[in-house]
Design a protein around this ligand. Structure first.
Ligand SMILES: NC(=O)c1ccc[n+]([C@@H]2O[C@H](COP(=O)([O-])OP(=O)(O)OC[C@H]3O[C@@H](n4cnc5c(N)ncnc54)[C@H](OP(=O)(O)O)[C@@H]3O)[C@@H](O)[C@H]2O)c1
Length: 335
């Protein structure tokens, strides 16, 4: 694939507005948490990014610590930008974040002003970007006053290093506080990231209404519960899967019989809908009108292409939704 062949197949993608804003995002976005690091095959990583872009995925989700080693996913993405996507910068919406463990010493983690500003500067350097489209506080840090964290985000916008700001995984109380502080500074929070899948509906209950009523878009991550909802673990743990890799965040112990059994039953519902389990699981997240975009992960171009097919059927009958709820027996199965 050469840079010259990078062309959007826009009609394929659906775009949704992110909260009360002018931003439209693709219903499916690509995240670079796994499989884009220095230990991964760069050719596959590049093919996935370019295939995503060709198919209308213009929103790419990074963080300072994505790798391994930490930072290397941003470096890989910077290489792809430089060599393939540079002429397309204004067609792209690129996100990064700071807040989890990144570098040695007391300033390398948490959500202090020191960490956020230094981290954003490092991320800009690694990606070669002049600015991020959105910069997130990756997590609420109970040891830092929330006013300090939010002021750092506000200043990144004032400095021209980010166009918009977002929060990730903030508990309800701090979520509400963050929206208020940012709105009062005229830098509204337009993107809020939460984990959401058929197996993990906690944020749907706890945080989505708050985001929506405060004008923030909702960006859902780990929609396949890191692969459990693709059905790939239905016959054991395949070699090279995330659960099999020492660097993967999905532990073997999380591949429980209860979850695998539920995935098998969900697979039957998906087949009746004419979808794969992965496609149905993505469609289920997108079926909630409060959701702007679902961030997927992938380890191959084939997975990405299969997952893109989810948008061909986002509708669910009441009966299908009831069957899915019964299979996961809320709240017995949570992730
Ligand atoms: N804000 C936050 O704190 C936060 C936290 C986590 C994630 N995120 C973002 O969300 C993104 C997505 O998270 P995620 O990677 O956990 O998402 P996910 O979609 O739940 O899991 C992706 C993994 O599932 C497997 N998979 C995907 N499609 C498949 C298919 N069609 N068939 C078989 N297996 C398939 C692949 O793993 P294998 O390696 O097994 O093939 C793939 O890497 C991240 O990259 C990141 O950008 C944000």
């Amino acid at each position: 694939m050469s840079s010259i062949s990078v062309r959007w197949k826009r009609p394929y993608m659906i775009y949704r507005r992110s909260g009360h804003s002018g931003i439209q995002l693709p219903a499916i976005s690509l995240g670079l948490w796994h499989n884009f690091g220095g230990i991964d095959d760069f050719t596959v990583a590049r093919d996935m990014v370019l295939t995503a872009f060709e198919n209308g995925i213009c929103h790419f989700d990074l963080a300072n610590n994505y790798g391994p080693p930490p930072g290397s996913a941003e470096t890989s993405f910077g290489r792809i930008l430089l060599n393939d996507l540079k002429p397309h910068r204004d067609e792209l919406f690129i996100a990064s974040k700071a807040g989890h463990d990144m570098w040695e010493g007391v300033y390398g983690t948490g959500s202090s002003r020191k960490n956020i500003i230094a981290s954003c500067n490092q991320s800009l350097q690694r990606t070669g970007l002049d600015y991020f489209d959105v910069f997130y506080s990756h997590r609420y840090d109970p040891d830092t006053p929330i006013e300090e964290t939010m002021q750092a985000l506000i200043d990144l916008v004032r400095q021209g290093k980010a166009l918009y700001v977002g929060i990730s995984k903030y508990p309800k109380e701090q979520q509400e506080q963050a929206y208020t502080i940012l709105r009062d500074a005229h830098v509204p929070c337009l993107l809020s990231q939460y984990r959401c899948s058929i197996f993990d509906q906690k944020a749907k209950q706890a945080n989505f209404d708050c985001a929506q009523s405060n004008g923030s878009g909702i960006i859902c991550f780990s929609p396949l519960a890191q692969g459990l909802l693709s059905g790939k673990y239905n016959k054991g743990i395949p070699a090279n899967s995330r659960a099999a890799k020492p660097t993967g965040f999905l532990q073997e112990s999380q591949v429980t019989e209860e979850r695998v059994e539920a995935a098998r039953k969900l697979d039957e519902v998906a087949t009746e809908r004419g979808q794969t389990l992965a496609q149905m699981s993505l469609a289920w997240v997108l079926n909630d009108p409060r959701v702007t975009s679902v961030i997927i992960g992938a380890s191959s171009v084939d997975q990405l292409k299969v997952n893109l097919g989810a948008i061909n059927n986002l509708e669910f009958s009441t009966e299908e939704l009831k069957r899915i709820d019964e299979i996961v027996q809320k709240p017995t199965i949570s992730f």
